[in-house]
Design a protein around this ligand. Structure first.
Ligand SMILES: Cc1cc2nc3c(=O)[nH]c(=O)nc-3n(C[C@H](O)[C@H](O)[C@H](O)COP(=O)(O)O)c2cc1C
Length: 321
């Protein structure tokens, strides 16, 4: 199925993933100006009245940009701003809304009312089917190794199950941090790579310098998968867990009933602020740099990966017409 119009002129098939605290207009504007979809969670604008100001600023500073904006809504009972935020997104006719944690037909209908699209993020095929039944236009498959809340499934398993029945827009997420992985996501059936963590280690990200440096210094072995902090399983940097006085190798299970996305979670150390979310792809990140140069590097790597793949496919020329 051809991709919807807003995605026609992207520099790379990449959606920058929304990240709690980290994604503010400064980051989003840089992402869009660099030619990829920029995004932020509506809950990052605090108080709620700031959301309108943020959208005005982003519109003004990205005028003429071909890449569209996406705003993330947490569709969960702990989010008492949902309706208010939805009205602001309607006022600005935000072209893409990314919904997380729950799929609600009313939210999808409201977005469709102003001509917007809804992509819902899912960690398995069952949730993917539910999301589409409830009216989502596209899906974001959040595979093992993704930063923040993440599922346990291999991207191969997740993509093959979803692509078996869904031919709409599909993004793949989880540890994608170099150009070769963007191409690999497309080979697996994705239209987009959905990339979060690599944008934490950029000048424009709203994150402490120690957090950015930990991403530069870290590798996949430094990531811990735990439900302790928010009640939902997610990936975090080991060093931040140790710094909070906890043993990263012996964390208790989190309390799902206490899940309150956005207020800090289940431990004295605050999830997201003190306990740093990160995906497993950080071995590819070796410097803190401006968003534009990170995306330029991804583009160079992506082109090189295409050439290398052509050579490899050439070796299997007996399989190609
Ligand atoms: C620090 C951090 C905060 C995040 N906050 C949110 C959020 O508020 N809403 C959301 O839908 N996803 C959130 N995510 C998940 C990302 O949108 C995305 O799925 C993930 O970053 C992709 O994996 P990667 O980090 O390995 O690229 C967060 C991820 C990180 C690392």
């Amino acid at each position: 199925m051809p991709l919807p119009a807003p995605f026609a002129s992207l520099r790379l098939p990449v959606i920058a993933a929304p990240m709690f605290i980290v994604s503010t207009p400064h980051l989003v504007i840089a992402q869009m100006r660099s030619g990829i979809v920029g995004s932020f969670p509506a809950l990052n604008a605090r108080p709620a009245s700031q959301l309108d100001e943020w959208l005005c600023e982003i519109e003004e500073k990205t005028e003429g940009c071909a890449a569209p904006l996406a705003v993330n809504l947490i569709v969960h009972k702990s989010n008492n701003r949902l309706q208010e935020d939805l009205k602001v997104l309607e006022k600005h006719k935000v072209p893409l809304v990314i919904t997380s944690l729950g799929a609600m037909p009313e939210v999808n209908a409201a977005v469709h009312g102003w001509g917007g699209l809804v992509f819902h993020d899912v960690i398995n095929d069952r949730f993917a089917r539910k999301a589409v039944e409830k009216g989502a236009d596209g899906l974001i498959a959040v595979a093992a190794g993704a930063g923040g809340h993440a599922g346990p499934q291999s991207p191969f398993a997740l993509m093959q199950e979803i692509r078996a029945w869904f031919d709409g827009p599909l993004a793949l997420s989880g540890a994608i941090a170099c150009g070769r992985s963007i191409l690999a996501a497309q080979a697996m059936g994705a239209d987009f790579a959905y990339i979060g963590t690599p944008f934490i280690a950029t000048n424009e990200a709203n994150a402490a310098s120690e957090y950015k440096q930990a991403i530069v210094d870290g590798a996949a072995a430094d990531i811990v998968y735990s439900s302790l902090f928010t009640g939902v399983h997610g990936n975090y940097l080991r060093a931040s867990i140790t710094a909070a006085g906890l043993d990263p190798d012996n964390l208790p299970e989190g309390d799902k009933t206490q899940m309150d996305f956005g207020s800090g979670g289940n431990t004295a150390a605050k999830a997201w602020k003190d306990i740093w979310g990160s995906g497993q792809g950080i071995g590819a990140i070796s410097s803190i740099e401006p968003v534009e140069s990170r995306i330029a590097a991804l583009e160079t790597q992506y082109r090189a990966a295409m050439d290398a793949l052509r050579d490899r496919v050439g070796m299997a020329s007996h399989l190609v017409d």
